[in-house]
Design a protein around this ligand. Structure first.
Ligand code: BTN
Length: 251
């Protein structure tokens, strides 16, 4: 169990191409028992991964990086950390460009009702537990290069006319925010009301009618809240209230 994280220093690795930056951090974790504070960034990924085993389209021009966050031994709140990372991304984008992006529960960054980026948060256990937070943002990606199945669903800074920030500055800002939230005053984070409120304010899911799919079962309702656990609260049309942590949401 770690008590203090105050003196941490991050190791930054920049690659031209890799399979997946999340995989790279996981490989680094396999080689050490010590807390790992690293960032791996690649100009493109040959096998970028998204949630639910999907591919993440990762051509040159996008921002793809992963951050390792060593956690205390019993920490398992990946849904909340995913939302927290999303909040850090939205705040960094607003500070660097003025653009207001939104969080689509559970892990997407949205702009103009289209996907601008996504977060893949994975837990690696060992002597300690580490969260691997993978962030992908469509920066300088032109419409012509987008595969037909993503047309109309995804967007990029270039397509939206948002100024494209310097990648190192962008990573630095997001990572700094993530560290500040996760290791508040050198202690491992607690879920604070103010952070949950900020996540709710950034959410484009609350109030939306959604279809929620797990396996072959599809349920319809309205997302009525995002909870401290990172779960979404769905109110079904018969008035039943459900808390969901995973599955597929179509809004
Ligand atoms: C999603 O859209 O479901 C999540 C996408 C997460 C993509 C990022 S890019 C950096 C890191 N490496 C990966 O393979 N995935 C994440």
């Amino acid at each position: 169990m770690y008590e203090k994280f105050a003196d941490r220093e991050r190791k930054f690795i920049f690659l031209e191409e890799t399979e997946s930056t999340n995989n790279d951090i996981k490989a680094m974790l396999r080689g050490t028992e010590e807390p790992l504070f690293a960032v791996v960034c690649a100009q493109r990924q040959a096998g970028g991964r998204g949630r639910l085993g999907r591919n993440f389209f990762s051509p040159a021009g996008g921002l793809y990086f992963s951050v390792s966050l060593p956690l205390a031994g019993n920490e398992k709140n990946i849904p909340f950390i995913t939302l927290l990372a999303g909040l850090c991304v939205c705040k960094a984008i607003e500070e660097l460009t003025g653009a207001k992006t939104e969080l689509k529960w559970p892990n997407d960054i949205y702009f103009n009702s289209k996907k601008l980026g996504g977060i893949l948060c994975e837990l690696v256990s060992g002597r300690n537990i580490t969260a691997v937070v993978g962030i992908g943002i469509n920066l300088d990606v032109e419409r012509v290069s987008v595969p037909s199945e993503l047309t109309g669903k995804m967007t990029s800074f270039t397509m939206e006319g948002i100024p494209v920030p310097d990648k190192k500055v962008f990573i630095g800002k997001i990572t700094e925010k993530l560290d500040d939230f996760i290791y508040e005053n050198g202690e491992l984070y607690k879920v604070r009301d103010v952070t949950v409120t900020a996540i709710r304010e950034s959410s484009c899911s609350i109030g939306k009618r959604v279809k929620y799919t797990v396996g072959d079962t599809v349920t319809e309702g309205i997302i009525t809240n995002i909870l401290k656990t990172g779960a979404a609260e769905i109110t079904l049309f018969d008035g039943t209230v459900k808390e969901i942590f995973c599955g597929e949401i179509t809004q």
